[in-house]
Design a protein around this ligand. Structure first.
Ligand code: GLN
Length: 492
């Protein structure tokens, strides 16, 4: 018999609904797993900033009581979930891994948190991230570095590194992250998980601490496609408090998992297979494409010619939006303000922001402020927005003839902690395959398609047209049904 923490989310929900196990037992098993694998400074995974044991037990007890009363439980009732620490949780610290918010307790829940609570999921904790979600390794966290459960000398990816590491270390079967330029898919790739960045507007951003508001989207991590589909069904849907969230009906994503992809047209963009792609990643992705073909998909080469400009344009748009979004952290309304007497409010702002923000965040605020300044707006920000339109048009052109696009998620497997700290360009290049989907607002999914010679997971990325999540899930599930990568577990 496997341990409770080894079960998938669907297995847990079924066992709770049938009364084989109580939600409380499941919660306790995961809280013990966290205790055993996470906090140790020298060897732990360190995925969690805050463990919410009391919140978890209370939520689990509510599920057990509902079951005793004979109520019909939702499909994920009683399933533990970890939350990236940039999702607001009422009365529970929400730090964004920043000193500037270290003491902040939001007075309200994010829309996705409300939905998880309503569906009876059990929040076990808040997970580490690169400060304000700016980074690709979780090394920019203002608090501590998270380790990759597959090899603890490696990064888990970022910025949702804690959410990925939590699921890969079996301390939660599900988690939520946010993805502005790849922050769900890149850590999903590095940790061997399924990660989904939904279509911009599919999931409410209400209560997600804003980074790049035109790019940010919340999405699930899971160890298999079915679990990810179930969690996406819970969090998707319109919300009047986020005016960019589209009030379309939410499909039953699990119903899309038919295994039948015969005749689906899948494009392979040549621009994603160029220089910098690791040979083992290439081989695994090509093998996966062969499997999709074997399942009856019609695969053909396509071109997305603006791909080369996506990274540069992103590093104008995202910092520009960040510089505006982060203006609110001034020592007056939120969190941290340094001790001491100040001659005036400007001096106080300066001290708060100098001491409260880490180096990466400061750099982005400066770049963004520069790009938006009167003299440079046209040269940088307006130009980047035009590039963004070209990127979106590339995808539209391909999706006129294809149902989905397949690429590597990241050109390499997880790198060593500290390895790229002095090379910001190399760090940023790890997002080269994921950023275009954010720039175009389209949905994208990463799933495991193999391991390199060092036992590190390799990710396959699927991209689809806006609101085409069902197709991506269908393809990913069909692939998963004939492979067993997703059943491997990191040994801790
Ligand atoms: N790594 C990218 C960045 O630092 C993307 C981050 C994200 O998606 N939040 O901007």
């Amino acid at each position: 018999m496997s341990e409770l923490y080894e079960l998938t989310a669907s297995e847990i929900a079924t066992s709770i609904a049938s009364g084989t196990v109580s939600a409380r037992e499941v919660a306790d098993a995961h809280l013990r797993r966290i205790e055993a694998t996470d906090p140790d400074e020298a060897t732990g995974v360190r995925a969690y900033i805050t463990v919410t044991a009391d919140v978890a037990r209370a939520a689990a007890d509510r599920v057990d009581e509902a079951r005793r009363r004979g109520e019909t439980l939702s499909l994920l009732a009683g399933v533990p979930v970890a939350l990236k620490d940039n999702l607001c949780t009422e009365g529970v610290p929400t730090t964004c891994a920043s000193k500037i918010l270290a003491q902040w307790k939001p007075p309200y829940d994010a829309a996705v948190v409300e939905k998880l609570n309503a569906a009876g999921l059990v929040p076990v904790g808040k997970t580490n991230l690169d400060e304000f979600a700016m980074g690709s390794s979780t090394e920019n966290s203002g608090l501590f570095v998270t380790r990759n459960p597959w090899n603890r000398t490696k990064v888990p990816g970022g910025s949702s590194g804690g959410s990925a590491a939590a699921v890969a270390s079996l301390s939660a079967p599900l988690s939520l992250g946010s993805d502005t330029g790849g922050s769900i898919r890149q850590p999903a790739s590095y940790c061997g998980l399924v990660g989904i960045k939904p279509t911009y507007g599919r999931v409410s951003r209400y209560g997600l601490v804003a980074f790049g508001s035109s790019l940010d989207q919340i999405g699930p991590f899971a160890r298999n496609v079915t679990d990810a589909a179930l969690l996406l069904s819970v969090i998707a849907g319109g919300d009047g408090r986020d005016s960019t969230c589209v009030p379309l009906p939410v499909p039953d994503y699990r119903a899309a998992l038919t295994g039948d992809i015969a005749g689906l047209r899948i494009g392979v963009p040549r621009e994603y297979f160029g220089a910098g792609l690791d040979s083992q990643v290439r081989a695994s992705v090509m093998a996966a494409i062969g499997i999709l073909r074997g399942l009856g998909a019609v695969v053909d080469e396509v071109s997305l010619p603006s791909t080369d400009y996506a990274l540069a344009a992103y590093y104008i748009v995202a910092p520009a939006e960040a510089s505006s979004n982060l203006a609110r952290y001034d020592g007056v309304r939120f969190g941290f303000r340094p001790e001491g007497k100040f001659a005036g409010h400007e001096e106080m702002f300066l001290a708060t922001r100098s001491q409260g923000f880490g180096a990466e965040v400061k750099q982005r605020i400066m770049v963004g402020t520069y790009a938006l300044s009167a003299g440079y707006y046209d040269a940088y920000y307006a130009k980047a927005q035009k590039v963004r339109t070209l990127i979106a048009r590339d995808f539209e052109r391909v999706f006129a003839d294809f149902d989905a696009i397949v690429t590597p998620t990241v050109p390499t497997t997880a790198f060593g902690i500290g390895e790229k700290s002095d090379d910001p360009l190399a760090m940023k290049l790890s997002d080269i395959c994921t950023i275009p989907a954010n720039m175009a607002g389209i949905p994208a999914l990463s799933q495991c398609c193999g391991f390199d010679a060092n036992g590190l997971p390799i990710g396959l990325q699927l991209m689809g047209p806006a609101f085409g999540e069902e197709t991506l899930l269908k393809i990913a599930h069909a692939y998963e049904s004939v492979t067993d990568w997703h059943t491997r577990k990191a040994q801790l």
